[in-house]
Design a protein around this ligand. Sequence first.
Ligand code: SF4
Length: 463
Amino acid sequence: MTFSDLARRTRLFELIRRHERPVPRYTSYPTVPFWDRDFGEREYVEALDDAGADPDRALSVYVHLPFCAKRCYYCGCNAMVTHSEDVVDRYLDHLSREIEGVVDRIGTGRRVTQMHWGGGTPNFLTDRQTVRLFEALANVFDFRADAEIAIEMDPRVATPTQPQLLRRLGFNRMSLGVQDFDPRVQAAIGRIQPEADTVSLLEGARAAGFESVNFDLVYGLPYQTPDGFARTIERVVELAPDRIATFSYAHLPEIRKIQRAVDASGLPGPEAKLGLFLDAVDRLREAGYAWIGFDHFALPDDELAVAAAERRLLRNFMGYTTHAAPDQVAFGLSGIGCLAGRFVQNDTGLGRYGAALDANRFPVVRGHRLSRDDEVRARVIQHLMCNLEIRDDTTVPDFGAPVGDLLGADLEALTEFEDDGFLQPTTDGWNVTETGRFFLRNVAAALDPYLDRGALPTFSSSV
Ligand code: SF4
């Protein structure tokens, strides 16, 4: 069934009105605002030493590159503008120091199954800087041939030779920021991106042999209309990237000051915004894309779609993946890692990040040591967000008890979501229905006791 059915749309909108509330996106559990500000360098060093005690454990690596040529008005990332190669070089000096410090503790030659360069604009680096950073990592980590090595790219600053260079270094996945092809929308978000730039980078990636290319789209931007966004989706279908992420624009100008430049009078209302997304879901599925989680899509032979169909998809701070390692180490400002049962986040300020490393300190500003209860809930929530099911008789590895026994009454409370048709009971738990996909965050929130500690203003609304 499609979402073009008016009665279905009306019912969905009524449900959203009833259930909409600020809830986390659950890229981790517990979510970042509940981490401990007292968790600092000493606790991070302990986590690194514990991770170092098991040298066979695989790693995921995240590197944050915050620089951009120009700031887009809708931006919600930790990003900054610079026109100085020296500023980037100094940042790379600090990254090298941070990498050395971490490797001193966890050991060289650790096996890496996944690496992701995010930003900012990672391809804002010059070729020399890209090679320098990649070599700094490749010298101390073991990137296996089947590792997923991904980079986020801005087509506006990509050079014709970048895809070849990146592929030669070992990158095999690329994610292109597209948002919307409509020039009026692009003007309203301060990001003029000729379609030819996107097409040229896509073709460059394919010619260079990238295994998978993703497009990031955004709905709910100013001046997006059903017809205009449908044209964007139609063009995306023609270009046929392997994966598509359709993110909801969260207009939070009080928190993200750059968004004050967005003309709020041009923003679609809640119903119109949902309509943009529903039309996109219908068209992308009609074109053969598998719908993953709430807002991702993949061609049926892409490994994300295969893993989702087999209910073995994973998710970490870098997004949906099949390559997540048990430990994740993050480098760069605002980077988030997870090592030996501890979450950890770096400072978000460039000056403070560099100053800490200059003083031979890790630039850690908060973290969290997961309790046994946290670990159980984290696994259940991750499986829910990725594979759209909760199985209460699944025995949680390490704890030797079924989820139902460990979470007890909290799981029973999920029956309230059956009444609105979000969850369908099975013999050993629940499956998420199509309607329920829109409320995944609400279902996860019902398993999150941290939210009872008080509402936090930084979460966007649930749908
Ligand atoms: S949206 Fe991307 S390119 Fe634009 S300012 Fe933010 S990080 Fe930079």
